[in-house]
Design a protein around this ligand. Sequence first.
Ligand code: GDP
Ligand code: GDP
Length: 439
Amino acid sequence: MKPVIALIGRPNVGKSTLFNRLTRTRDALVADLPGLTRDRHYGEGRVGERPFLVIDTGGFEPVAKEGIMHEMAKQTKQAVAEADVVIFLVDGRQGLTPHDKTITDFLRKSGRSVMLVVNKAEGMRYTSVAADFYELGLGDPYVISSAHGDGVTDLVEEALNIAYASRPDEPEENLDAAKGIKIAIVGRPNVGKSTLVNTLLGEERVIAFDMPGTTRDSIEIPFERDGQQYTLIDTAGIRRRGKVFEAIEKFSVVKTLQSVSEANVVLLLLDAQQDISEQDAHIAGFILESGRALVVGVNKWDGLQSDRRDEIKMDIERKLNFLTFAKFHFISALKSTGIAPLMKSIDSAYEAAMANLSTPKLTRALIEAVEHQQPKRKGSIRPKMRYAHQGGQNPPIIVIHGNALDAIGDVYKRYLEKHFRETFNLTGTPLRIEMRSGK
Ligand code: GDP
Ligand code: GDP
């Protein structure tokens, strides 16, 4: 499991600046998709070989009793409870405020490991910036500048040391040993995740139910179906009781993120007997952000009237229209219908996510696209795309080289994406396009 770092602090101390630096926010994710509920608060980062998840908790008002601030405080509390380390950010230019003290009290009660971090300290002396904050009783403050990057790498390394030290029994990464396609099943409570897992495993040959090395909460189940191997990884929201899986009532963003980030393909379950909720859209949003391949299962399709079926299809089209790359399946986990085609889509989404795209083929596809339609000039500047190579898998990243590529707009990027998708049959996976301009 990747360690989880939560960023907390009052508004304007620089949390999102730090968040963006830690996650190096991937603007390459093809443009802003219309309708996408962008949840910029969750992301993945990496220092050296060590990956981690980071949560930006937004503005925190621990005393709010109701309304949006109360809701945010609730989510912040959950994030803190589930984090391995909390980075508590304060503003070195503004100095200590009463609000910082309130947050300190809350964090102390939470019992988490807290790192007190003074931000906006570029060009300032350690002693003078730090002095103000000893009063909080959280030890020597770390001093950084999120905007300039000073001290940020050291800070994260220290955070990860603390995180790993707090879970000494766990191997840092054993998932690469997992067999076949790694699947995470996610969705809000009650959509049918545990029912589906039981259905899948009941039908299939479970290779080894008890794998050595699986830890307390973690579920890692290899199974085989029609000659294809899969590993069901740490599916958030369900727990194992004997040979059967059952639902956990509480929805955990952090656990969902963790399972998504460790999967090759995410199976997002929706409940056809309910409307698509904001929570569904949020989950879909961060699956997209994570870059993992995606298949959507619209569950509980059994026993629905046909007008309800039409209704839910329209609801999906309206609210999840940013998931155009994913295949949707209408299934019943309970009655075990629609499962075989669903698994086929998982296979092909995996293949697409892992595709090997050679430079000559990509370049040919690029030239075709440009011949068919040139990017617009921007003033007197005409962007010139020269060649493309593959920069990564799961998701496939296509790096386009040329001149003045900054001038290429979102609409044209979407056009390119569509062209690459069609040319290389990339269904089921997000696709990232990066532009690299020479001088
Ligand atoms: P958040 O509300 O805690 O997420 O804060 P933001 O990241 O939005 O930052 C609030 C303001 O502080 C913005 O104007 C940032 O540009 C600025 N800021 C963030 N980090 C630094 C820093 O390291 N140094 C300076 N001077 N300003 C910063
Ligand atoms: P989870 O919280 O996502 O793990 O959801 P569960 O698997 O516990 O399912 C929640 C409820 O929905 C249970 O009462 C299930 O029996 C029911 N359910 C799950 N799948 C289906 C389905 O395909 N059809 C119908 N009608 N009910 C289902």
